[in-house]
Ligand binder design. Structure first.
Ligand code: NDP
Ligand code: MG
Length: 395
């Protein structure tokens, strides 16, 4: 029996994780489940799985969650600090599936206690890669990638020498607007951006797929996870989303990972690691698929990709700045304060304004490991700057 904690249990990845765990009731004991607004679902799953602890990140929903779980014996807590506390409790395996920078502190708690972390929350590594990976090396924590591309790379690298790797190729569906005429993108609505051609995911990552900010985050995530030079990490548009990533070796060989677009594969691989167990995912019939297509990403359609290159070159706290500016720009798009195409403008302006801004914590030496406080300060500064640019664009 393994003990499991799921951070972000009520979301898309969280629910897929619960689907896998619920199929093997005798194998897992649930330590904690965390959610935010959806306390009804959180309470239902906590009861279904017999969790010891249920936590909502929302202080104002403490009473609701408490009422829903009254008489069950399940411990209830609320607030961001309670989510982090849940993550710090011992568990054999923890899923990090909170969306956004809110996932950083709880994920870091798992790494600090030397736990095993299934990492879906890519923002953790974009904002604080050196801190999180450095802490993992110090504590002996295991980080297992759950983002499908990174899981695919991780699997293709098994038994290989990382020194023999020439390049990593992340595939991208191209998102909701891959075939739209460029001049129409400025008119794209929130609803149109929220529908993904191949994957069923949370709304924020779906919109980030349309803008390719998601792939931009993933390029940085791959650099932090696998330690290759930025120039060795490529992006390839693959509309069918069946090849999840490729690894190129110095002898010219390319190892590709293929599978149905179902997150339960990557989640299940991390959950069962190092064993490969049967999973309830569709089997690919390549004869029925017939053709796989690939093309280079168009820089004019996806300006986020060039921004990721710039962020990797700058290093330091720029990952935290980039992620936070992107989140603030996405918030502004969701609340109809900026157009779809203005999100990358907002992020560009934040990146442009940072070198001259004294508000960013100075790292003592280049390559130094930022502290959590430095990262959180860079995050706050970027959000403040982004909100200012959004207001300026509307004013
Ligand atoms: P969802 O939006 O579906 O779920 C997000 C989860 O985080 C929910 O449980 C939500 O609670 C919780 N949450 C929201 N805000 C906070 C907060 N401030 N503090 C604590 N918890 C919070 O997201 P996804 O499942 O789509 O994505 C989760 C992560 O996994 C993201 O980092 C994403 O990039 C990554 N990922 C997702 C994939 C996918 O297929 N969905 C694929 C690869 C990576 P509630 O719903 O109760 O409000
Ligand atoms: Mg991905």
């Amino acid at each position: 029996m393994r003990t499991i904690t799921i951070l972000g249990a009520t979301g898309s990845v969280g629910q897929s994780t619960i689907d896998l765990i619920a199929r093997k009731p005798g194998d897992f004991a649930v330590e904690a489940l965390t959610g935010a607004g959806n306390v009804g679902l959180l309470a239902r799953d906590a009861q279904k799985l017999g969790a010891r602890l249920a936590v909502t990140a929302r202080d104002d929903l403490y009473g609701d969650l408490k009422d829903l779980l009254a008489g069950t014996g399940i411990e209830v807590a609320a607030g961001a600090a309670a989510v982090a506390e849940a993550a710090s409790r011992p568990a054999d395996w923890t899923m990090s599936a909170i969306v956004g920078a809110a996932g950083l502190v709880p994920g870091l708690e798992v790494v600090r206690r030397g736990g095993t972390l299934g990492l879906a929350n890519k923002e953790t590594l974009v904002a604080a890669g050196p801190l999180v990976m450095g802490t993992a090396r110090a504590t002996g924590a295991t980080i297992l990638p759950v983002d499908s591309e990174h899981s695919a790379i991780f699997q293709a690298l098994r038994g290989e020498d990382i020194g023999a790797v020439e390049r990593l190729i992340l595939t991208a569906s191209g998102g909701a607007f891959r075939d739209w005429p460029l001049e129409r993108l400025a008119e794209a609505t929130v609803e149109e951006a929220s529908s993904h051609p191949n994957w069923d995911m949370g709304q924020r990552i779906t919109i980030d797929s349309a803008s390719m900010f998601n792939k931009a985050l993933e390029v940085i995530e791959a650099r932090e996870l696998f330690g290759l030079a930025p120039s060795a990490i490529e992006v390839l548009v693959h509309p069918e989303s069946l090849v999840h990533a490729l690894v190129g070796f110095r002898d010219g060989a390319l190892m590709a990972h293929l599978g149905a677009p179902d997150m339960r594969h990557a989640i299940g691989f991390a959950l069962n690691y190092p064993s490969r167990e049967a999973l309830p995912v569709a089997r690919l019939d390549l004869a029925a698929v017939g053709t796989l297509s690939f093309r280079a990403p168009d820089p004019a359609r996806y300006p986020a990709l060039a921004l990721a290159r710039r962020v990797m070159e700058d290093g330091g706290l720029m990952g935290a700045v980039f992620n936070a500016a992107k989140e603030a720009a996405l918030d502004a798009f969701l609340s109809h304060r900026v157009r779809f195409t203005e999100m990358s403008e907002v992020v560009t302006r934040v990146l442009d304004s940072i070198p001259g801004d004294a508000g960013l914590p100075r790292l003592s030496a280049s390559g130094a490991m930022p502290s959590l406080e430095d990262v959180l300060e860079a995050d706050r500064l970027a959000r403040r700057l982004a909100d200012g640019f959004v207001d300026g664009m509307r004013g």
